[in-house]
Design a protein around this ligand. Structure first.
Ligand code: HEM
Length: 241
């Protein structure tokens, strides 16, 4: 099992990193031919940076459009962020002071993450117009994330796993000096689901995470009167004529 999971995690990491790099390169090279910031929009680049920061940290536009989805969505994402930071302790030795400090908060984050996901999933059944447009993959992504959260919480609250051995396994992967993974069904399930998430991430709707930064309606300044907006391919045509 150790060799199987070690191989799966190496492959999944390669797919995740390579796939994301490929998709981000694709997004970065896609021309934005029009000036289309959603107004009212900032008129300077630093204003745009601040707008993006508010969007990433607080989901500002979702807050304005739908308070219910915002509440569940933000709960899930904020919980996920804290859970991921908390997991860093498996990857570094020694554990720095700030990482030790956030550990207790991370415990509640696991519950916040699961509650947010449950709310978002319920919405896909209970709101008729959302149910109508929901595809199997919409449901499956939520199920996958929820299953990861529940197996994680089960390891903490139902059947303790040997976290010291899990850490030795992960550090062993990083140093190419393998150590055995604890023989524990919940660890196997948690890691198998994480591998699945890493494999599908670059091909799924979860790409909205990097995609947000490339959204022209959010990342453009409202300055078409001060600066003529010219997509690179249009500039080439201009030069030819
Ligand atoms: C190689 C990657 C990962 C490893 C080795 C790992 C391992 C673990 C372990 C051992 C626990 C139990 C913690 C304890 O008993 O104190 C746990 C909990 C948890 N895991 Fe993971 N996990 C990984 C990735 C992830 C990912 C990607 C997510 C979310 C998408 C996640 C979500 C959770 C949650 C919500 C909990 C419960 C709350 C907590 O203890 O932080 N895990 N994980």
């Amino acid at each position: 099992m150790t060799a199987l999971f070690a191989t799966l995690l190496y492959v999944a990491t390669a797919v995740l990193v390579g796939g994301l790099a490929y998709r981000i390169r694709d997004y970065a090279r896609t021309p934005a031919p029009l000036k289309i910031p959603t107004t009212p929009a900032p008129v300077t680049r630093s204003g745009v940076a601040l707008r993006m920061l508010r969007e990433v940290a607080f989901f500002e536009s979702l807050f304005r459009s739908n308070l219910w989805i915002w509440a569940f969505g933000w709960l899930f994402h904020a919980g996920l962020a804290l859970v991921l930071v908390r997991h860093l302790r498996y990857f570094v030795e020694p554990v720095p002071g700030w990482l030790a400090f956030v550990q207790p908060f991370g415990v509640y984050a696991g519950f916040a993450m699961a509650a947010g996901l449950a709310g978002l999933w319920a919405r896909r059944f209970l709101v008729p117009r959302v149910r109508y447009i929901s595809t199997p993959s919409d449901h499956l992504m939520l199920v996958l994330l929820l299953a990861i959260a529940l197996t994680g919480l089960a390891m903490k609250y139902v059947a303790h796993t040997d976290v010291v051995a899990v850490k030795a396994f992960i550090l062993g992967l990083l140093l190419f000096d393998w150590h055995p993974l604890p023989a524990d069904g919940l660890v196997y399930a948690h890691l198998a689901l994480v591998v699945l998430l890493m494999l599908v991430f670059p091909f799924s709707k979860l790409l909205h995470a990097p995609g947000l930064f490339f959204s022209p309606s959010r990342n453009q300044a409202d300055d078409p009167r001060e600066r003529r907006h010219l997509a690179p391919w249009a500039a080439k045509l201009d030069a030819e004529n």
